[in-house]
Every structure is written in structure tokens, then in C-alpha cells.
Ligand binder design. Structure first.
Ligand SMILES: [Zn+2]
Length: 331
């Protein structure tokens, strides 16, 4: 399994379920500020992580309340708390990406919350199948077995084009749950989709005319982003988020980056994994091997957020920061 081992988590989960059972059955003290739901007329919506918060809150407006679950720990590493379960115990809809990223966590949280009526919506299911891909193949056995199967890459939110499908799915779900205010959801979704289209157009303009459009991705997260903005991901630094490359993988990356037909000098690093120095190790190796001006580019995959930073326009801001960083670093 590529996107985290469930087996490894089973013990943590049984502890979690126990905690939640106690909370849900025996607790009627007043909810703290972060648990409490603002008084809005429409459905109560929970999302798994930050980009989905921005998508949902822009469509929900003042009609439906939206709460985000994962903050400083993203979907690859998340362990829910009892506060998360309290939130779910009162929610009507939970939006997740799916594709193996966050739907298993969501289902366990739903079971733990005791809220059998909660509707979990896997938004990536609403993206046309031909627009989904398997990410960058780093499997060593690829040549021997070209038919081997990969899981689909869940990092769809990093392409504004794919994000539009997610926003439309959110709009349709809110309309179905709250038909009285359907026209409002339609209007706000259209306004937000226009912003996402502008984001894509601005990004393409910022990166237009770059002869050097190649980069090494930090974890395998940038396939849709690269497709949308016409960049080429030449390799992946960490086989799994947070797992450092071994010597064989590092040698392979050096070989890829020093390929004379496609020299690659920009290495993405992620603020979430700032302790990892593998990007800098590769950069120094490339410098020694004569690659011209190898550089690190800080790319936020938008999987984590500081709660205080999460505003409705956070997604656009962070995406624009990523695009500006690449516009500066790519030549
Ligand atoms: Zn990821």
C-alpha cells in the first residue's frame, strides 16, 4: 500500500474508538469554542483537510457551517483526537478526497463518533476517471513488469483544474442537502470557480516561456500540479512522505538530473518536512557533478495548515506562493 499502512494504525484506532465512546456516551458538558458549531441555517459540514475547507467554505457562504479536521498534521500522518470526534458527532456531511488518502480515517472517525447519519463524500470520485493518474512511477521493477498496478494519485487539489471538479461536487451535495438555498450555492460556486480559473491562467502566464521546466518533487504529490502548469516532474525525492531516500535512490536521482538531454536543477522541498536534508544533499551532489546552479524550491503541498492561517482564500494564496517560487527558480 502506497499511502500509509492501516495495519500499523489498528492499535491507535482501538484506543481512539474507546476514547470517543466515552466522550459521546458520557459527556454532556458544554462544547468548547472550537467544538461548537456556528448558528447557520444549512447543513453542518466537516472537511478532512485544509484545501477542502477553502473549497467548501467558499460555496457554503453564510448558509452552511464548515469545520476543518486536520491542521498541523496532514492526511498522510493523521491520528484523530476526541475533539475531532465531538465535531463529527453533530455534522451532516463530511467531505474527503478519497483515493486511499483520507476516506479510511473518515470512516473510522464516523464509527467512533456514533453519528450513523453522517454522509461521507469522496470528492475525487466526481473527477472523470481519465483525468486521474498514478503519480510518478518510482518502482524499481517497472522494466520487468510493465503491467504492474499503482494506486491512483490522490493529490488532485494541487491542480486548479481538478479543484474545480471538487468544488462542483461540493456545490451539488450542498444543494441536495439544502434545496431551499440552492441558488445561493450555485452563485457562490460559480464565483469561486472563476477565481480558480484565474489562478490557473495566472500560473500559466507566470511560467510561460521557461525552457527549463523540470523539477524533482519532494514526495510524489505534484503530478496533477505539473500537468496543469505544463511542468515536468523528473523524479521523487522521498519514496513516502517523511521517508528519506536510500543510497540507491539518491544515485538514481543524480543520474536523472545529470542527463544531458534533460538536465534538472530545481529540487522541491516542503515546509512540512523542514527537518529533512535530503533535498540539500542532492543539490550539493548536483553541484559537484557540474549541474549549472542547482537550487531548492519550497513547495507547499497544502496538506497541513496552522489553524490561525486558514482563511477562505488560503488555498489561492498558497498556490500563488508556490507558483511565484517556481517562476523565480525555473529559468
Ligand atoms: Zn501527499
Amino acid at each position: 500500500m502506497r499511502w500509509g499502512s492501516l495495519a500499523r494504525r489498528s492499535l491507535e484506532w482501538s484506543v481512539f474508538s474507546l476514547v470517543v465512546a466515552v466522550v459521546v456516551s458520557g459527556c454532556d458538558r458544554s462544547l468548547s469554542e472550537t467544538d461548537s458549531w456556528p448558528n447557520k441555517p444549512g447543513p453542518k459540514v466537516v472537511v478532512s483537510f485544509a484545501p477542502l475547507y477553502c473549497f467548501a467554505v467558499n460555496v457554503a457562504g453564510d448558509d452552511a457551517a464548515v469545520k476543518n479536521v486536520m491542521t498541523t498534521t496532514g492526511p498522510h500522518d493523521f491520528n484523530p483526537t476526541e475533539q475531532d470526534a465531538r465535531l463529527l458527532s453533530q455534522a451532516d456531511i463530511m467531505f474527503v478526497i478519497g483515493l486511499g488518502l483520507d476516506e479510511h480515517i473518515a470512516k473510522k472517525m464516523k464509527d467512533g463518533s456514533g453519528n450513523t447519519k453522517l454522509r461521507i463524500v469522496e470528492l475525487a470520485e466526481r473527477i472523470p476517471k481519465e483525468k486521474l493518474c498514478e503519480g510518478v512511477c518510482t518502482h524499481a521493477h517497472h522494466k520487468d513488469d510493465p503491467d504492474h498496478k499503482h494506486d491512483l494519485d490522490p493529490h488532485v487539489w494541487l491542480s486548479p483544474e481538478h479543484a474545480i471538479y471538487l468544488v462542483k461536487a461540493i456545490r451539488d451535495e450542498l444543494k441536495a442537502a439544502d434545496p431551499e438555498r440552492a441558488a445561493n450555492y450555485d452563485r457562490r460556486a460559480a464565483e469561486y470557480i472563476a477565481k480558480l480559473e484565474k489562478l490557473k491562467a495566472d500560473g500559466l502566464a507566470m511560467l510561460a516561456g521557461k525552457a527549463d521546466n523540470r523539477l524533482i518533487s519532494f514526495h510524489d504529490s505534484l503530478a496533477y500540479f505539473a500537468d496543469c502548469f505544463r511542468l515536468e516532474i523528473r523524479g521523487v525525492l522521498t519514496p513516502k512522505p517523511g521517508q528519506e531516500p536510500d543510497e540507491r535512490e539518491m544515485k538514481k536521482l543524480i543520474r536523472i538530473c545529470t542527463d544531458e538531454t534533460k538536465p534538472t536543477r530545481v529540487i522541491a522541498v516542503e515546509p512540512q518536512y523542514s527537518k529533512s536534508n535530503s533535498g540539500e544533499v542532492l543539490r550539493k551532489e548536483l553541484e559537484l557533478k557540474g549541474v549549472n546552479n542547482p537550487v531548492l524550491a519550497e513547495i507547499d503541498t497544502l496538506e497541513t495548515v496552522k489553524p490561525a492561517d486558514l482563511t477562505p482564500d488560503w488555498y489561492e494564496q498558497r498556490m500563488r506562493a508556490n507558483l511565484a517560487e517556481l517562476a523565480e527558480k525555473l529559468k
